[in-house]
Design a protein around this ligand. Structure first.
Ligand code: SF4
Length: 252
């Protein structure tokens, strides 16, 4: 995909980001600032496979019911995730933007490398993620000025340096908002319980993080919560390319 030409970020917003002003703010304060500055050109990326995304969806909806949310439907996500998307849609009376990969790209991928190519090599796994997730996301983000994610620093070594508001150079220098970057897993669970936010039913079956069905498994007690995602790889490679630049091998 050709590189995205973006308009320059407002200097006041740039100063706010560079000075790290968001670091002392609560998630709700950060989301209020973000919606004030970017709505309707801002949207939450929610996988509906982890409590982080739906917690933020609830916060954003309380601040502005017209706030936007999208999900990447790779074609391999489980029925439980589809069920949660509809449950949230009904509960909040909210449109969910469902992004799909290009049919011809998926057809090429499985014709040349097979249906379950991801188990064969890291290269194949990253290629599948690129076709089914990274490219559809890039196309969608090209139409936005800012996006919101549920990244948390303690989730993985690749996420340890996540800022609450940062410039996303992978996607052409847009603004990326990570309002719960400093939250613990327990804080996320407390929020969804306190606000009765619907979550993916697979969490109750031992899946703290639900991605595509063939690339997610339940974790054992005491195991790292993300150990069930691409469990056959080393922790350093366990990213789909949405939040890190695979080619550079670094975060943003
Ligand atoms: S998580 Fe697995 S099935 Fe889903 S896009 Fe990545 S490699 Fe493909």
């Amino acid at each position: 995909m050709a590189s995205i030409q973006r308009k320059a970020i407002d200097p006041k917003i740039l100063r706010f980001i560079r000075d790290g002003e968001a670091e002392s703010l609560s998630p709700q304060e950060i989301l209020t600032w973000s919606l004030k500055n970017f709505q309707p050109s801002i949207a939450l990326s929610c996988s509906f496979g982890a409590p982080e995304g739906v917690a933020i969806l609830d916060m954003m909806h309380r601040i502005d019911p017209s706030s936007r949310v999208f999900v990447l439907d790779t074609g391999r996500i489980p029925q439980a995730t589809h069920d949660l998307i509809d449950r949230i849609r009904e509960r909040y009376d909210k449109e969910i933007e469902v992004l799909a990969p290009r049919a011809e790209d998926v057809q090429d991928l499985v014709r040349t490398r097979g249906m379950n190519l991801f188990y064969e090599s890291i290269e194949n796994r990253q290629l599948c993620c690129r076709v089914r997730k990274v490219e559809p996301l890039k196309r969608h983000l090209a139409g936005l000025d800012a996006w919101v994610s549920g990244l948390r620093r303690e989730q993985n070594v690749t996420r340890a340096n996540t800022k609450k508001v940062e410039i996303d150079y992978i996607h052409g220098g847009m603004v990326k908002v990570n309002p719960i970057a400093d939250w613990s897993h327990e804080e996320v669970l407390s929020y969804v319980e306190a606000h009765n936010v619907p979550v993916n039913r697979l969490h109750a079956e031992g899946y703290p993080s639900v991605g595509c069905e063939p690339c997610s498994r339940a974790v054992r007690e005491g195991e790292d919560p993300r150990a069930g995602r691409w469990w056959w790889e080393h922790p350093e490679t366990r990213e789909c390319g949405i939040h890190v630049d695979e080619e550079e091998g670094s975060g943003i």
